[in-house]
Ligand binder design. Structure first.
Ligand code: GDP
Ligand code: IMO
Ligand code: MG
Length: 437
């Protein structure tokens, strides 16, 4: 039995897509367990750059079956256009090796409308900076018990009744926001078209994944977003609406927590955040610009410039705790090349004194919080061609070892560029030893 969770340790965009793609070479099944098309996971294969939003990042491995788990919220238009786009780019037969949980909730146009209207009408400083993909309202429907699930596509009359009931519940909100109620007939016509392609992909994915794990297959469980965006453990209310943390994998896939063997946290060698909310180590100087420009830090879904800052060790230790990291993948180390010194936040000064744990409930009160930094020597050499740690400059090696020790988690992988080959694998959880990508 071998199942591995990949989870973001920060505010998303840590490079999960690349790492899932790398390790999935050794897996037979790859399963997304949370979130929806708010995610943008970038895969760089040869000269081709592909951003997947709903499809699992192992989708380009032809020998691997891909699963969209029940913790996800799925916009069928996005799903089908992703499949079609990959088909045009030469990746055929995806629908045959894709399973969609019949319990995953559907994002419908009114979810996107409400998300967008709320964001655009929010008073100054109150907008969350969502991706406007309908994520929040769709999860709201799920917990309000007025949601529509993928399995409802099997019974279109029942589906229409559920949509009408949901719209009755949303009507006051839509009207108060100045929106127009959607035309249900048109919506049903679109869903009828989509159903003919989607129903054959529906499956009881809990049973499918549990069966695969019991049969000894290697299963990759792919997280989306990141720990600090998790609805329970993140910087609430500036979070997404799903359980992004590793525990969310058990719920979002439908397997017991004891079926998960290994949890790998992904962290950049610095920090980014896209959207609103606290970010204590954020930079607004030339170093911040360096990180954004060299790191190409622009949102893969919305194109928004990402906010950039130094690595936050209290936050990394917090993520290690709430996820139970067995190992870390450290990404984008190459982006630090050229900085004369690299700072790392090691603690916070708070009204109660200096703390090394993340004071998460104080983060939205920057006046009562001061990050404490340590400085590390930078390096000038490019790192992209390094394939073993020994090929890295001494200062870069020292930075890696420092993070490993401070986080209290072994580093399994160091990423030195966006391509598959630009990777130093120290440990492969599926084969138990280093293996070249
Ligand atoms: P995800 O949402 O966690 O999958 O991350 P994104 O794909 O949204 O953002 C990560 C970006 O960094 C993508 O453009 C990747 O191609 C790129 N990337 C991943 N690893 C590295 C790395 O080690 N170095 C550099 N320079 N880019 C990387
Ligand atoms: P991946 O999987 C970075 C952020 C949004 C916003 C907040 C809520 O690519 O790492 P939502 O649309 O989910 O209601 O927005 O969460 N956010 C992400 N930021 N990477 C992501 O996904 C994100 N998914 C949501 O910017 O701040
Ligand atoms: Mg992303």
């Amino acid at each position: 039995m071998s199942s591995v969770v990949i989870v973001g340790a920060q505010w998303g965009d840590e490079g999960k897509g690349k790492i899932v793609d790398i390790y999935t070479e050794f897996a037979e099944l790859v399963v997304r367990y949370a979130g929806g098309p708010n995610a943008g996971h970038t895969l760089v294969v040869g000269d081709d750059k592909i951003v997947v939003r709903l499809l699992p990042s192992g989708i380009l491995r032809p020998g691997t079956k891909s699963v969209l788990g029940q913790g996800m919220v799925v916009d069928l238009q996005v799903l089908l256009s992703e499949i079609d786009e990959l088909g045009r780019r030469g990746h055929q037969g995806l629908e045959q090796r894709l399973a969609l949980s019949d319990r995953a909730h559907l994002i419908l146009p009114y979810h996107i409308l409400i998300d967008t209207l709320r964001e655009t009408s929010a008073p100054e400083g109150k907008a969350l900076g969502t991706t406007k993909k309908g994520i929040g309202p769709c999860y709201e429907d799920k917990v309000r018990r007025t949601g529509v699930r993928a399995g409802d596509l099997r019974d279109l009359a029942g589906l229409e009744a559920r949509i009408r009931a949901a719209l009755d519940a949303w009507k006051p909100t839509i009207l108060a926001l100045g929106g127009e109620l959607p035309d249900v007939q048109r919506l049903m016509a679109d869903l009828r078209d989509a159903a003919s392609r989607v129903v054959p992909m529906l499956a009881d994915t809990s049973s499918l994944v549990d069966g695969a794990i019991r049969a000894g297959k290697r299963v990759m469980l792919e997280g989306a977003q990141g720990t600090l965006l998790d609805v329970d453990h993140g910087t609430y209310p500036f979070v997404t609406s799903s359980s992004a943390v590793a525990g969310g994998a058990a719920i979002g896939v439908g397997i017991g927590p004891n079926r998960i063997n290994t949890v790998i946290g992904i962290t950049k060698a610095y920090t980014t955040r896209v959207g609103a909310g606290p970010f204590p180590t954020e930079l607004s100087d030339a170093d911040g610009t360096h990180l954004r420009e060299v790191g190409a830090e622009f949102g893969s879904v919305t194109g928004r410039p990402r906010r950039t800052g130094w690595l936050d060790l209290p936050a990394l230790r917090y993520a290690a705790r709430v996820n139970g990291f067995d190992g870390l993948a450290l990404t984008k180390l190459d982006v630090l090349t050229g900085l004369s010194r690299i700072k790392v936040c090691v603690a916070y000064d708070t009204p109660a004194g200096r703390v090394t744990d993340l004071p998460i409930d104080l983060l939205d009160r920057p006046e009562s919080l001061r990050p404490v930094y340590e400085e590390h020597e930078g390096w000038k050499e490019r790192l992209e061609s390094a394939r073993v740690l020994e090929e890295l400059p001494t200062a870069a090696r020292a930075y890696i070892r420092y993070i490993e020790e401070a986080a209290g988690v072994p580093i399994y992988l160091v990423s030195v560029g966006p391509r598959r080959s630009e990777t130093i694998i120290l440990h492969n959880p599926f084969v138990g030893r280093a293996a070249a990508p």
